[in-house]
Write a protein that binds this ligand. Structure first.
Ligand code: SAM
Length: 240
């Protein structure tokens, strides 16, 4: 185990997450694939090993410090990019049935390769806009948990993510600092999309000390038929 893996395991352990040698190996493999493919396509601006473990892997896993992932059966990660937060979550919680939705085909191609190489089971990667995918059979009102990190402001993000969540399920928006203004602005979208704010968890990354906010919403009914609107509309005309 190298220094990075040592602090990574220890910090996770301090937060109630024990990680096995096989899981550490999967993270190492994932890191190498990220760096290798990043040479041919834009996956991440963060490439230094320590930084990837802190700002991508650890950051993704912070969600599990606040939500009991063992109670979740399925998870939809909207706008997953290079796989955050869902691939780290899947490595640590292999029982999860994960669906990734991203509108960039090259990223989906990368993710499919990662899924194969890491031998992740019950993992589906869908290429498409969330607005369209939410109308596909089996996707609507279907997930215990939807996640999104660094995709859009909440007023638009709610329309991209809440349609995937089943009634009684949760949507976790992983945000940086100053998410209060976004939350204020998101009131109307929550009412229209049947989301209800449940809690906000504040934390700091362990070394960089950057602020993070995890905002959790509960779905209080099924998605009204008119949502999500046509692809592109949630971002261009957010429900404010
Ligand atoms: N969640 C990742 C992370 O935290 O590193 C990626 C963030 S990246 C800034 C945003 C991603 O969202 C991109 O990969 C983009 O293709 C995807 N995206 C943006 N709008 C989308 C939409 N309407 N439907 C699906 N994916 C979308």
């Amino acid at each position: 185990m190298d220094q990075t893996e040592k602090w990574f395991s220890e910090l996770l352990h301090d937060n109630g997450l024990s990680i096995t040698a096989r899981q550490l190996e999967q993270f190492d493999r994932y890191y190498r694939l990220l760096i290798e493919w990043n040479e041919k396509m834009n996956l991440t601006g963060i490439t230094e090993r320590e930084a990837v473990y802190e700002k991508h892997f650890y950051d993704s896993l912070t969600l599990s410090f606040f939500l009991d992932m063992n109670k979740m059966n399925n998870l939809a990660d909207i706008g997953s990019g290079a796989g955050f937060p869902s691939i780290p979550l899947k490595i640590c919680f292999p029982h999860l049935k994960v669906t990734i939705v991203d509108s960039l085909k090259k990223r989906i191609h990368f993710l499919q390769h990662v899924v194969e190489q890491l031998e992740l089971q019950d993992f589906t990667c869908i290429h498409g806009r969330a607005e369209d995918v939410a109308r596909m059979p089996g996707q609507r009102d279907a997930y215990d948990l939807a996640t999104a990190r660094a995709v859009a402001r909440l007023s638009a993000l709610n329309e991209l993510c809440l349609p995937f969540v089943r009634s009684g399920g949760l949507f976790a928006a992983m945000k940086g600092a100053n998410s209060d203004a976004e939350l204020q602005e998101a009131g109307k979208s929550l009412v229209l999309l049947k989301g209800q704010w449940r809690e906000t968890h504040q934390l700091k990354l362990p070394f960089e000390q950057a602020d993070r906010n995890i905002i959790i919403f509960e779905k209080k009914g099924t998605t009204p038929g008119q949502y999500p609107r046509k692809a592109g509309t949630p971002l261009k005309q957010p429900l404010v």
